[in-house]
Design a protein around this ligand. Structure first.
Ligand SMILES: Cc1ccccc1NC(=O)[C@H](C1CCCCC1)n1c(-c2ccc(Cl)cc2)nc2cc(F)c(F)cc21
Length: 233
């Protein structure tokens, strides 16, 4: 049985990232809204654009707490945010669906998302991703670290100083590897499976603009922030 030791730096890094992740939850819990009422496709589209807009704001605040992020080149910070915002939103959505809920609530939530106005072709890949995240039974720290690793992806478009981002990401990867051994001692491949989900996440995120454009509503109105970040309109 491998004894897991965390350095003082790693303990500090874990606390900072977990606290930031907890603090920057999405203000109004979309799952509560979706469980309360069945909305029209128009209302759902509006809800999605509101959620996605607030999620970008939350993401910006979260990244400010990632040690070293603010020391990166300013334009690289923007490139990392722009490159990870959609993935972070799908990760957050997956975690929302897989949260422990009273009996029957998850089924209602799934049904409402199926009927929300999203076009059929995207339902399957999206729910496949949500299920594959759910099967991992990630603890909160792993969710926070996985989101951080997604943000600190060096090969995003327009990143100039990739090695600087790699150095930050490596620290978080080291920490996540140890957390996986600590929380899933029976599954030596757990860390690799976790990172494999990031590939699935990137593939799903390629469709986001199409998913929005094909939403069953007459006019697709976006906020200025979403136009910036989500490559829509
Ligand atoms: C949960 C969150 C947090 C932060 C930001 C965004 C969101 N996401 C949303 O608000 C939308 C809602 C929106 C309202 C209609 C139903 C889906 N949403 C999506 C989604 C579907 C398709 C696309 Cl293109 C994007 C997202 N998957 C979800 C899974 C969930 F379990 C859930 F509760 C909400 C989910």
């Amino acid at each position: 049985k491998e004894k897991i030791e965390f350095t003082t730096e790693q303990q500090a890094l874990m606390r900072v990232i977990t606290d930031a992740y907890n603090k920057h939850q999405i203000p109004q819990d979309v799952t509560k809204k979706l469980l309360q009422d069945q909305y029209s496709t128009e209302e759902n589209f509006l809800l999605l654009t509101e959620m996605a807009t607030s999620q970008v704001q939350v993401l910006v605040e979260f990244t400010k707490n990632i040690p070293g992020f603010l020391s990166l080149d300013r334009e690289d910070q923007i490139a990392l945010l722009k490159g990870s915002a959609v993935e972070a939103m799908f990760l957050r959505s997956a975690q929302a669906l897989n949260k422990k809920m009273p009996i029957g609530h998850t089924e209602v939530l799934e049904e409402r998302i199926h009927k929300s106005g999203i076009s059929e072709e995207f339902i399957k890949p999206m729910f496949n991703f949500y299920k594959s995240i759910g099967e991992l039974h990630m603890v909160l720290e792993e969710q926070a670290l996985l989101t951080t690793i997604t943000i600190l992806t060096p090969d995003r478009p327009y990143v100039k100083d990739q090695p600087a981002v790699e150095r930050l990401q490596e620290n978080v990867l080291d920490l996540l590897r140890k957390m996986c051994v600590l929380h899933h001692p029976q599954e030596p491949q757990y860390f690799a499976r976790l990172l494999g989900r990031l590939t699935e996440l990137r593939t799903l995120s390629h469709y986001h603009a199409e998913m929005l454009a094909s939403w069953k509503v007459n006019n697709h109105k976006f906020t200025p922030l979403l136009c910036e970040i989500w490559d829509v309109q």
